[in-house]
Design a protein around this ligand. Structure first.
Ligand SMILES: [Zn+2]
Length: 87
């Protein structure tokens, strides 16, 4: 069981959250008209073994989007903060 320390609600079980994807992916500029950057943005993802920065949504809590560092090998949770503070 993964326990996530939500900055608003405190430590909660993983079952209250929904995984939201890779938090390292950046959307191309809207003016980008080459297909390559959009293909990478929409479809191409790494499958890292080890540290990974991810989006999680606290669906059954404060409903905030979080950015957290999780080790995909050990499920150890590192830094966790509100996604709105990431910009
Ligand atoms: Zn929360």
């Amino acid at each position: 069981m993964i326990r996530i320390n939500c900055p608003i609600c405190g430590t909660r079980d993983e079952s209250e959250f929904t995984y939201g994807g890779d938090a390292t992916v950046r959307r191309p500029a809207m003016e980008e008209d080459a297909p390559g950057p959009w293909l990478d943005y929409v479809f191409m993802r790494d499958n890292p073994r080890g540290p990974h920065r991810e989006f999680w949504h606290h669906v059954q809590g404060c409903r905030q989007w979080l950015v957290l560092d999780r080790n995909t090998l050990t499920h150890e949770i590192g830094t966790c903060f509100l996604a709105r503070d990431a910009a």
